[in-house]
Ligand binder design. Structure first.
Ligand code: SAH
Ligand code: SF4
Ligand code: F3S
Length: 521
């Protein structure tokens, strides 16, 4: 835990802040009449460090007995931004709150605790949160007993914490991604002390097993590792999520077995770079391919994983994935750019040729594989030619879909210091051309599925028509078809009659496919 006192003046004028006390329990300051207890605060410098110290795994982490019942008769609401990692953290937060006795409430005006689990990946993600804080201020004024908390990746940013202290001092608690398990104590302090509590750990702590999780539906997320050591020059994640730490294989396997027993139909293994799984084990050689091979033996019908960094994608993993079974033939393989020069400046540690070679190997081993990707346009200094290289790579790989972004500078990252000479109109025009191309390829790929029968996991009604059911193929494509509600949560066979760019419309041919068949592929 970093206890360094920082110079906030870099971000805001704190001349109106008065230091009340400072000791080993942190610092108490007063800003515009609001008392703030800074137990620990984020530091980019600390977050950048990668220490050699061994990661401990803590198993005895249940919500303490004396905290159970603390939330009885009280309600919470939580809004989640960002990636699946955050969605899954929210499930843990919900699990802890419910173990304390709180119940979820949809209507925020009825909540006693409101949390924002935030994302720092791009500026617009942050703008949304600050906008939301503006709305919440009114609720707080109407109900002074309301506890308002900010957690997630934005809390790990120096600039964000400063901005909240200065401009949104009605927030009651700020905690980060490494100390979620401290939530019961933080809430207790916020209730009793009536001061804002800031407790953000700059250094990742231990791996915390056994926190309660509130999972809903038929699909479950499973963390296999935390953090990221890749330090792509544009990316904030290595700072907000700490160093790479893999969960012990047995803990992952036990969790997947338990999910299978509970009847979950699909799991997604999560990590910022799942292919680095196991590289940090000092006592054994057990990598992502080994984990996938073990999970392949578990009777859970579908297994996905995200995200795959092209650099660590090894031959053993390809071989295991090619055997399929419950391992689906979909790989999300972010490329970011088709230009080797840009990739070098992004510090992605592969180039256009090695990426294409990996794609060739994957397609050879798994001919019906669906590849999806992430691409950033308008990285500092990206020329027209370099952008054209991205388009040509997209044409060559023929991704079924992808997430495309305009580069967004993140304070504290190396790219934010690079000269960004690409005008916004050019970035927007590039994004549009890229999106048009992705849509064209997606439609072409989907048209090839016409008249084919695909296996669909039925998830519920379609968003636009209650008579139409919606589900996903093994390759994660969205399928709409008519059928009875009773099929929700089941595997069915659907013939594709009307493929479109982002949805496959079809008709039911077989009501329920046996799960063993589904698991065996
Ligand atoms: N760990 C994953 C990515 C997680 S972030 C991986 O490496 O594949 C999800 C996506 O957000 C990234 O793939 C990238 O395309 C995008 N992204 C990250 N930082 C960004 C930034 N500063 N500006 C724009 N897009 C960004
Ligand atoms: Fe960010 Fe790169 Fe890590 Fe992905 S691999 S989280 S893009 S630093
Ligand atoms: Fe956002 Fe943090 Fe995920 S920055 S994308 S929520 S790891």
């Amino acid at each position: 835990m970093a206890k360094e006192t920082k110079d906030y003046s870099k971000y805001f004028d704190f001349s109106n802040a008065k230091v009340l006390s400072e000791d080993e329990n942190g610092k108490r300051i007063r800003i515009a009449g609001r008392d703030i207890h800074i137990v620990s605060e984020p530091s980019y410098k600390e977050e950048k460090r990668r220490g050699k110290e061994e990661v401990q795994v803590l198993y005895d982490t249940e919500v303490p007995e004396e905290m159970k019942g603390f939330g009885d008769g009280r309600f919470y609401h939580i809004t989640t931004y960002g990636c699946q990692m955050n969605e899954h953290d929210t499930e843990t937060i919900k699990g802890m709150l419910e173990a304390m006795g709180y119940s979820f409430v949809e209507d925020r005006t009825k909540a006693d605790v409101i949390l924002l689990n935030t994302c720092a990946i791009r500026e617009n993600a942050e703008d949304k949160v600050f906008g939301e804080l503006g709305h919440l201020k009114t609720l707080k004024t109407e109900n002074p007993d309301l506890i308002l908390g900010v957690c997630g990746c934005m809390s790990q940013e120096e600039s964000v914490v400063s901005r909240i202290l200065q401009k949104h001092a009605f927030v009651d608690v700020i905690f980060g991604t490494h100390n979620i398990h401290r939530l019961p104590y933080l809430l207790r302090d916020a209730y009793f002390n009536k001061e804002m509590v800031v407790e953000v750990w700059s250094k990742e702590g231990d791996i915390i097993e056994n926190l309660p999780k509130k999972r809903e539906g038929m699909k479950a997320w499973v963390n296999i590792m935390y953090g990221c050591d890749k330090f792509c020059t544009y990316c904030i994640v290595p700072y907000t999520r700490g160093k790479e730490r893999s969960r012990r294989p047995q803990d992952v396997i036990d969790e997947v077995r338990e999910l299978a027993r509970q009847g979950f139909k699909e799991i997604t293994l999560l990590g910022q770079n799942v292919n680095a799984y196991g590289k940090d084990f000092a006592d054994m050689k057990y990598l992502f391919g080994d984990l996938m091979a073990d999970i392949q033996k578990i009777a859970i019908p579908r297994v996905r994983f995200t995200t795959s960094h092209p650099r660590d994608f090894d031959d053993h993993l390809i071989e295991v994935l090619a055997a399929k079974g419950n391992l689906v033939e979909h790989i999300h393989l972010p490329v970011q750019s088709g230009s080797s020069e840009i990739l070098k400046r992004m510090s992605r540690k592969y180039n256009r040729e090695t990426y294409l070679e990996l794609v060739r190997k994957i397609k050879q081993a798994i001919p019906d594989v669906v590849l999806t990707t992430d691409i950033i346009v308008g990285f500092p200094g990206e020329t027209d030619e370099q952008f054209e290289e991205t388009l040509s790579l997209v044409r060559e790989v023929e991704y079924d879909s992808g997430f495309t972004f305009i580069y967004s500078p993140r304070a504290g990252t190396p790219a934010a210091e690079m000269e960004d000479n690409v005008p916004m109109e050019v970035k927007k025009a590039r994004l549009q051309r890229l999106n048009d191309l992705m849509a064209e390829i997606s439609l072409k790929k989907n048209l090839a599925l016409k008249d084919q029968v695909v296996e669909v996991l039925v998830e519920g009604e379609s968003k636009t028509n209650a008579e139409v059911l919606s589900g996903r193929t093994r390759t994660n494509k969205l399928v709409h078809f008519r059928g009875p509600q009773s099929l929700c949560g089941q595997f069915v066979h659907v013939r594709i009659t009307e493929p479109q760019t982002w949805v496959l419309k079809g008709e039911l041919v077989e009501q329920v496919v046996s799960e063993t068949a589904a698991a065996l592929g």
